[in-house]
Design a protein around this ligand. Structure first.
Ligand SMILES: NC(=O)c1ccc[n+]([C@@H]2O[C@H](COP(=O)([O-])OP(=O)(O)OC[C@H]3O[C@@H](n4cnc5c(N)ncnc54)[C@H](OP(=O)(O)O)[C@@H]3O)[C@@H](O)[C@H]2O)c1
Length: 294
């Protein structure tokens, strides 16, 4: 049985986006382990997490946090510091995905995609680094994607956000090495989850889906991606376990494949000459000959 006395020795772990998918599986794992957990969820989803049985207690604290709200990030981190101390492990998990060809993307949607998947997580990272440097110990895990190593039509901005996250995280890996702070990117591939139902569409496309010159792109890519997700052999729980192993590892790698298909795509991209890799993927796109409707 845990006692409040022991809690002061448990490391403080913070994870964003815990209302569903990987984040939700993660708080289930953490609830069984010796951590003080700072879970965050969008304001609209906080109640959902509470209803699932995660109520505030000594080793568990739930905050509402929209990751793109930088002031709220500061308030949450300050509150945790006051209550428990500095965050020792940060998992940037919250993420969204736009389904839009580049031409249909609005500037507003672009800013939304980038702030949730890149600038928000990086800002939160900056807020916790000082505390980690002070004790010469810490861990940052940024949840990336296979989309962070390759791009697909209608997912350009999702990839852009994850590539940005990958670039900054790679630099951080070098910067934090001398401070004994381990920095990792977990790259899940297709996951058997309902996350594909949550995709965002840019305003322009939402208005003109059937008349869009790209209508066939959306139709085929949506089916293609949902097919792979529905039939994926791995789910959010598997990725949550990979993240858990990453934070327990003495010296984790910078890039970690979240699912075996991520491993497959990584090697395919490494082994094949770039020209061949792109053409091979292009040939695999569903009904691509009908994409331009004349
Ligand atoms: N599912 C996949 O196949 C897949 C593949 C590769 C990588 N990933 C990555 O894995 C991570 C987790 O995704 P998932 O599969 O678990 O999907 P998910 O079930 O949609 O979870 C994403 C979480 O992020 C939250 N979120 C959305 N916008 C937010 C914001 N502005 N501020 C704070 N939280 C926000 C969502 O909250 P609400 O539920 O309230 O909207 C949700 O809890 C993401 O970074 C994603 O890009 C997923």
């Amino acid at each position: 049985m845990r006692t409040p006395h022991h809690h002061s020795f448990y490391p403080i772990v913070m994870i964003t986006g815990t209302s569903s998918g990987i984040g939700f599986e993660w708080i289930k794992i953490l609830a069984r382990e010796k951590f003080r957990v700072v879970a965050t969820a969008l304001p609209k989803s906080v109640q959902q997490v509470r209803d699932a049985g995660f109520k505030d207690s000594d080793p568990f604290k739930l905050f509402d946090l929209d990751i793109s709200d930088l002031n709220r990030q500061k308030e949450v981190v300050r509150e945790v510091q006051k209550r428990w101390g500095d965050i020792e492990i940060l998992i940037n998990n919250a993420g969204i995905s736009y389904r839009s060809v580049i031409e249909d993307m609005s500037s507003q949607s672009e800013a939304h995609q980038m702030s949730v998947n890149f600038s928000g997580p990086m800002h939160l990272t900056r807020l916790v680094l000082e505390g980690m440097r002070k004790v010469f110990r810490g861990r940052i895990v940024n949840v990336s994607s296979v989309g962070g190593m390759m791009a697909m039509p209608t997912m350009g901005y999702y990839s852009a956000s994850k590539w940005a996250l990958e670039g900054a995280t790679e630099a951080l890996w070098f910067e934090m090495k001398p401070w004994n702070i381990h920095v990792s990117l977990v790259q899940p591939g297709f996951i058997n989850s309902l996350a594909f139902k949550k995709v965002f569409y840019s305003d322009k496309k939402g208005l003109k889906i059937t008349t869009s010159p790209y209508a066939s792109y959306y139709e085929n890519m949506t089916q293609f991606i949902s097919f792979f997700m529905k039939h994926a052999l791995f789910d959010s729980k598997d990725v949550a376990k990979v993240i858990y192993k990453t934070i327990c590892k003495k010296d984790p790698n910078l890039r970690i494949h979240g699912t075996p298909d991520a491993f497959f795509f990584y090697y395919l991209r490494r082994i094949l000459p770039a020209r061949l890799f792109l053409r091979l993927l292009y040939c695999m796109l569903p009904k691509r000959k009908d994409w331009v409707r004349k």
